[in-house]
Design a protein around this ligand. Sequence first.
Ligand code: S3P
Length: 757
Amino acid sequence: MLGTTPQDWRNRTLGVVGLGLIGGSICLGAGGFRGASRFNSIIGFDADPYARDQSVQLGLVERCTDSVVELVQQADIIILAVPVKAMGVVLRDCTALGKQPFSGKIVSDVGSVKGSVHACFESILGELPPGMVLGHPIAGSEKSGVFAGRADLFVDHKVILTPVDTTDPEAVAQIARLWTLLGAEVLEMSVDHHDRVLASTSHLPHLIAFSLVDTLAVQDDSLEIFRYAAGGFRDFTRIAGSDPVMWHDIFLENKTAVLESLELFSKDLGRLKAAIESGDSERLLGVFTRAKAARDHFGTMLANKPYRQKMTNTEIEFIAGPATQLGGSIRVPGDKSISHRSIMLGALAEGVTSVEGFLEGEDALATIQAFRDMGVVIEGPEAGAVKVHGVGLHGLKAAPGPLYLGNSGTSMRLLSGLLAAQQFDSVLTGDESLSKRPMKRVMDPLAQMNALVESDNDGRPPLKISGKRELKSIHYDLPVASAQVKSAVLLAGLYAEGVTSVHEPAPTRDHTERMLRGFGCEVETEGAVCRLRGGQQLKACHIDVPADISSAAFFMVAASIAPQADLVLKHVGINPTRTGIIEILRLMGADLEISNETTVGGEPVADIRVRSARLKGIDIPPALVPLAIDEFPVLFIAAGCAEGKTVLTGAEELRVKESDRIQVMADGLLELGFPTRVTHDGIEIEGRGTSSNPVFNGGTVDSHGDHRIAMAFSVAAIRSAEPITIRRCANVATSFPDFSGLAASIGMQIKIRDAKS
Ligand code: S3P
């Protein structure tokens, strides 16, 4: 058997049987026979003498053998790049070499169906040789033949290997390395799974494309039709130009799996037909909006970004540099808390709710997706505009699977309350960070309401929520000041008989209460208690989402600490339960001027002008902590740039946010040569802001995938001596898409780097 080091290949011969698009591209990707080749030699065989001839002329191979048998004898690594149907002929030829023609060799194939190739080996050779690794590159082109090969055909494409129990792991490693050399990403799965996945994602689309083109082509006026069949038809049917013989083979070889997915598709197509016949616009919009959302997210999903993915998205880094002058007039994206609630309440309302200024961040998109999964038709978001076709208090349907809420704690906690009251069971899951966050705080009051919300993970997600429970109203004394818990109880309370009330130990954001009122629901607030009666109907309305003060906070601090700055932040939500950042910064001596105050949809908004200022350290009043709960990472940066000491207490909640925000900030600051004193519920920061000299050293900090930590350190760089590299920044998109672009527009220096490259 061959060794695994690349050097070994220099004494080896690669043999490719079948010199069409795939075989030819493998030869070219491996360097052809020219100087770049990784192998001692690349040899080929094709049943067509012309292809053999041309492959030598084109430099795909050094030479061709006159038979498969000769190639197998002379090559060490053999790729059978022949159509699935031709595999039998090739293997039968090989039996001229005895019962084990591939003994001591590494072999692989490229067929689109793995079950039938496996079966073919078993029937002709009695078994799948241990050195044979079944494989399938998910790459191709509608072009075929010896001239179609391209050295980069597999770059950034996936290759699926489907080893069986008896496959030699060393052979798998070698074939995986060959594909990696060709630029592909290698995945492994079982033969069955491969054939089912490919039936839906590749074979079915080809069938539909062939069929549609044929349907039109055989019509009398086909010329006329094709003349006007422009972009859409052309894009959709590109794959109908693929090799007919190969596809003929694939459908017959993968019959069962193809028929299953064809059956499913035919049913759905039938439903669409019926919807058109009966003018069922709800169904049509539902299918189209869900499909559009899924299609739009392909890119994000494939790029391994966080949306509907586990948090493997650690690759994006920010490199933020010093800046002296900031200025301009900007509007930051929509408020995250209000965006979530606009979808939730819009979905429960009667009628169509229109939303503008919606935050198109990953968290709010996760909420949209969850409601789409529960059968709600949601159009958009398109430049911040969303239309939610409400289904009424009792119109949600069971989702087909677990609801994946990404990084979003707000979605999970609020949905827990809402789903505890439904007639169906639900499962809520999230990414790595969300899976560590405490949910007992919502499970406890919901249990008191007779809901059943369970976790097998010590009160952490996934959460299993049982439906068909009769909820009863309660009075709940919040042990921690949390708007998420308050909102979860109020949403469950909408379904409970009688009046549900919540007492909060300190004021927390009241967007749920305000928005419920906007939807025509009576919610009373009396001091620290709010209450609502169950069973009230919500009526659709229009929602104008203000810019998020939590996103604006980064620029408030940025402009305050920059040596020269004059910046206007437009249309920022200044709900008094959110303005802790303004109050704290003013106590520190910041120059913030509020103008154009007005109210949109029950929420106060204003423009905020920020100019550079000499900040001073303060003891942060504990009463302001819940009102600035998300703003502390960037406030720590302000404190670092202030004169004197800043002391934060009563903020243990920061330890259970998307990361432990006290510790992670302290660790990052230390990396920048800025030690702090961490306490159990806060931090002490000795400011160094006696001059406009750099306050922080440059260096590398880890955001721990926490969006607000990543943005806070980007702000710190304004006053750093050298650039700061911030690791794991992809989650900035959860709350602030294009943060770096907007930051650059006011003079901040942030570059994005894909850490993998
Ligand atoms: C939120 C409430 C806050 C906040 C979060 C959003 C909300 O959480 O930190 O980013 O939209 O209700 P807690 O309620 O847990 O304090």
